[in-house]
Design a protein around this ligand. Sequence first.
Ligand code: ALA
Length: 461
Amino acid sequence: MQLLRTKPLEHFREASALKRCLHATDLILLGVGAIIGAGVFVLTGVAAATKAGPAVVISYLLSGIACAFSAFSYAELSSSIGGSGSAYGYSYAGMGEIFAWFIGWSLILEYSIATATVAIGWSGYINNIFLSLGVHLPQSFITNPSQGGYINLPAVLIITAITTLLCIGVRESAKINNIVVFIKLIAILVFIAVASMHIHPNYWLPFAPFGWTGIAHGAAIVFFAYIGFDAVSTAAEEAINPQRDLPIGIIGSLLICTTLYIIVAGLLTGIAHYETLDTASPVSDALLGVGSHFAAAIVSAGAIAGLTTVMLVMFYGLTRVFFAMSRDRLLPPIFSTINPKTHTPMTIIIVGGIVIALVSGLMPMHAVAELVNIGTLCAFSMVSLGVIVLRRKHPELTRSYKVPFYPYTPILGAGLCFYLMLNLSFGTWWRFLTWMTLGLIIYFSYSYSHSRLHVEKIERK
Ligand code: ALA
């Protein structure tokens, strides 16, 4: 039963050393900053060409519904429990330590691999820009060893820049995030405006060339595009009014992005035949295809900006989850020391930065988006179940936001996420289970005996 020990809710109310400086608008922009990125700018094309065809719109809708259900659950738990550990913290309060460990471990996978993956995508876009200017970067320094190069240097450099920014402070990072989010929203709006003038309705036929299976596989892939709204909840200890503003940030950012994605997916498959979309930059390529060079350049710039903020917020989420797990002593305490000048957990930011830089510089990253998805879907389904468990265990808790249509919403949320997990490939499941086994080994060899709850219990005896 020790494995199911739960964290007392008072622990979540202890004063935090992090600085409260984020408003509701910052939180919505933090969400949009994390959400719009490689998913819509790259994976929409891949999913349309190889999985769903023009019905990728339905894939987006399906994934969006799964995310909306999860977002309601995130909103309820973040406004009632809070804490920078997000889903990890909620499951610690409701389901017990071993569940919390698994969720935390999944989130570490989600945020770190997502950051590394997006860094590699970013490097590809930068390389494209140099190529269009006639500059050829040395091949050995823009490819990883498995592609015959030494290191993907642009990826390493962007991670170094983001690490530095996060070390300097959250307020500064949020300011930069807000500006960049604006740029990428403009890029998307430009795409929508230009694309709607070049529609060929016959490209939408056949609408679903690979049937329902294709749509469901497509949904499991484009799910990547929605990841990020959950990172808003990791800002609970830095929000000025978390009870009111976290639900606004989480649901607001998801709503904006779902609307934009469905429009973009519909237009993209209307201006280019779906079979031509499996490229590294399908959105700007499609604009080139209809002769809009200027719009294509704006979209490329927006994509680069978009990818930058995704890395920023994902990395931010990673450090906050790590911070929370270390504060509970499931990970070594060194990771939860706060730098008194910047009020940021500098050790974990630097260590995380080094690891992510190495992964993005040296590793091939083809199927990793799927790996990010499976870790995140697992965490999302647990969050939905967490709502049900906590309503039963702690009915007295003040809930400033409540999931609508309880208990159907969390049940459907968990079910849909699990359904999407089943649509991911065998290789992805295999890698995910390996990561989880590694987590289990660390838990039993270190975390179980160092856990703050364990140590406090021994001291009481
Ligand atoms: N949602 C983020 C992206 O699409 C992870 O890049």
